[in-house]
Design a protein. Structure first.
Length: 340
């Protein structure tokens, strides 16, 4: 008789273990859930395994590898997405190996599946001129246009992830000197980032005309909301950004040949801080990176800084006068002898 224990372990993993013992955020749990939804789709369509009948002893290394190949070949997922899905599965099997030690050998084989190496692309970012052009596109004479101007300014000035931007509430903003915004980042990590004077002034004007939800305390209102006065979604932010990117592309100085996402503005802020001479340690804390190695991608990406560093370290070893080899009689005699 098939002991269909996988649904029980998966339910406990998502609903109890992650939020209770790991203190994982809602977004992390949602990401894990999506991975297992795809895994169950694969099991149903490719292996005819109904979710409610799957047992732990049916989960083998071969099955997981086949699932990863299916993600790449059939769903056309990138290698980074494939590796993320694998990391989620690894997390589940690390938890479940203590619950079903009789399957420990097969679980260890699953945990030994390595990440696939992929070529790391260059960091795409906007120059200072391109950022300035982009921020000039919203029509500040209308409420929505002014809101969009403030949104893009805050997104760039804080280097926030799009999810962090949508989670900002009025109580997270302090406009008194020094002006800061509190961001709620990945893994329930909280950090404060400073605001430049121009962004602080824009926020002050925006808060005076903002449409508040009177069913909530004023400080509990989200900073950016949609037409229904609900929290702006990450897709809403992308829609707003894309609208003004298309307008900016009509400007001759906006020479951008790649797709611009909200994360590109985060990259732009990091690159501009680096180019201004800010230490990588401070940029790491500003962006909320757990490790400085993540922040180092910006140092590797800045070709202008590389050029200047090479120029400063370059020692000119070439003499002012280069000897003319054809005037060297011995050399010419030797070269002529090669043909005899």
């Amino acid at each position: 008789m098939n002991n269909a224990d996988f649904p029980r372990y998966l339910s406990y993993f998502l609903s109890k273990y992650l939020p209770g013992q790991k203190n994982a955020s809602v977004h992390t749990i949602s990401s894990y859930r999506d991975t297992f939804k795809l895994f169950l789709v694969f099991c149903t369509t490719k292996r005819s395994m109904r979710p409610e009948t799957i047992s732990m002893n049916q989960l083998t290394k071969e099955l997981v590898v086949e699932y990863l190949q299916w993600l790449e070949e059939k769903r056309e997922c990138s290698i980074s997405t494939r590796n993320h899905r694998l990391a989620v599965l690894h997390s589940f099997f690390q938890y479940v190996q203590k619950e079903v030690p009789e399957n420990l050998f097969e679980i260890q084989k699953i945990l030994s599946i390595p990440n696939k190496k992929s070529q790391k692309g260059l960091v795409q970012y906007l120059t200072g001129t391109e950022i300035r052009i982009l921020l000039q596109q919203p029509d500040s004479s209308t409420y929505e246009g002014f809101r969009d101007m403030v949104l893009l300014s805050v997104l760039y000035d804080t280097g926030a992830r799009v999810q962090e931007l949508t989670e900002i509430r009025i109580k997270d903003i302090r406009l008194s000197d020094p002006s800061v915004i509190t961001l709620h980042g990945k893994g329930n990590k909280i950090r404060q980032v400073p605001l430049m004077g121009g962004t602080s002034e824009l926020l002050e004007k925006y808060l005076k005309i903002k449409k508040y939800h009177f069913g909530l305390a004023k400080t509990d209102n989200y900073l950016f909301t949609n037409q229904k006065n609900q929290k702006l979604s990450r897709w809403g932010v992308s829609y707003i950004l894309n609208k003004y990117v298309e307008m900016a592309r009509e400007k001759s100085l906006f020479k951008v040949n790649f797709h611009i996402t909200p994360h590109v503005l985060r990259h732009a802020k990091a690159m501009h801080l680096l180019q201004s001479g800010v230490n990588l340690i401070y940029i790491r804390d500003f962006l909320g990176h757990a490790d400085c190695s993540t922040t180092e991608i910006y140092a590797r990406a800045d070709s202008e800084m590389k050029r200047k560093a090479i120029e400063n370290a370059y020692v000119d070893l070439v003499p002012d006068e280069i000897p003319r080899w054809e005037e060297d009689g011995d050399l010419m005699k030797w070269l002529n002898g090669l043909c005899e």
